[in-house]
Design a protein around this ligand. Structure first.
Ligand code: NAP
Length: 283
């Protein structure tokens, strides 16, 4: 029987720390971390994420601004807003909620964000910094996964780590973070042959595919730490992960549930990056 990794609890303790750090930063330096979030259009899921980011800021005592722009916003208007925020000293972190409406160029928007304020760590400068292991901002979801693994007391060094998924926001940076902790890392994807053979080698298995209940018990080594990044909606509207919890949980040593595992961590890691950005401005 696996121990359940409680993402809500770990996330709450991260926010407690950030609250204290905010109070110290305000008292010592007169700096209150500030996050600006831009949302274009009215994608319902994006609205929920943005509201949660705003609430997260309030919870840890940050200053925040949310720009809710109409779907017909032009590229020029969006870039102009990013540039204004780049030079606003109250704002330490800038985040543009993705996906953007189809007529807007996401890459150009990411490139316009000052890398020192790029708290999503999507700018190529920050992606490069993550690659060479010299970075301030951690990509939020993979950083949440690392914090959850660390919360189990598992030493990653020398362990077989398998990541399923190679997206730029989860799989690839996840593999890098595990590598920086001296894991022996394998990245799997849709063209991987004999996937189950590879995943059965994993002491630490991170799954980020986007397919409900894809990883089953027969694909998991006895005693593995299993982290489920997936967020899928079942036909009945319920949220479910990429891991078939019922068959994997009896084999794993630790496992994250969905909901309540990786999900709650992502915004806390964004708040952590915003704190880092604010501290980096101390002269
Ligand atoms: P993505 O961009 O769609 O990437 C999915 C990856 O899974 C791709 O690399 C794909 O391989 C691989 N894949 C698909 N089918 C596969 C198969 N049958 N066998 C092996 N690999 C397969 O997705 P993403 O953005 O990384 O997100 C993954 C999941 O995590 C989604 O459910 C998403 O909702 C969730 N997510 C959660 C959070 C959170 O905060 N909890 C944050 C971000 C994402 P190819 O590259 O070969 O196509």
């Amino acid at each position: 029987m696996a121990k359940i990794i409680n993402g809500k609890e770990v996330s709450a303790s991260v926010r407690e720390e950030l609250k204290k750090e905010t109070a110290e930063l305000v008292e010592k330096y007169g700096i209150r971390p500030g996050l600006a979030v831009i949302i274009v259009g009215d994608d319902p899921a994006s609205k929920v994420y943005v509201n949660n980011k705003e609430k997260g800021c309030a919870e840890v005592g940050y200053y925040s601004e949310v720009y809710r722009l109409p779907a017909e916003t032009t590229q020029e208007e969006l870039i102009a807003l990013v540039q204004k925020l780049n030079s606003d000293d109250k704002i330490h972190g800038i985040l543009c909620q993705l996906p953007l409406p189809k007529h807007l160029d996401e890459n150009e928007v990411i490139l316009a964000i000052n890398p020192d304020k790029d708290v999503d760590a999507f700018h190529p400068v920050n992606v490069g910094r993550i690659m060479i292991g010299d970075y301030s901002f951690l990509p939020c979801t993979p950083a949440g996964v690392m914090t959850l693994i660390e919360s189990t007391g598992t030493d990653i060094s020398g362990k077989e780590c398998v990541v399923i998924g190679r997206s730029n926001i989860v799989g690839k940076p996840q593999a890098m973070l595990l590598l920086h902790k001296n894991g022996t890392v394998t990245i799997c994807h849709s063209r991987t042959k004999n996937l189950a053979e590879v995943t059965r080698r994993a002491d630490i298995l991170v799954v980020a595919i986007g397919k409900a209940d894809f990883v089953t018990g027969d694909m998991v080594k006895e005693g593995a730490v299993v982290i489920d990044v997936g967020m899928n909606r079942r036909a009945d509207g319920k949220l479910t992960g990429d891991v078939d919890f019922a068959s994997v949980e009896p084999k794993a040593s630790y496992i994250t549930p969905v909901p309540g595992g990786v999900g709650p961590m992502t915004i806390s890691m964004l708040l952590r990056n915003t704190m880092t950005a604010a501290k980096n401005t101390i002269k």
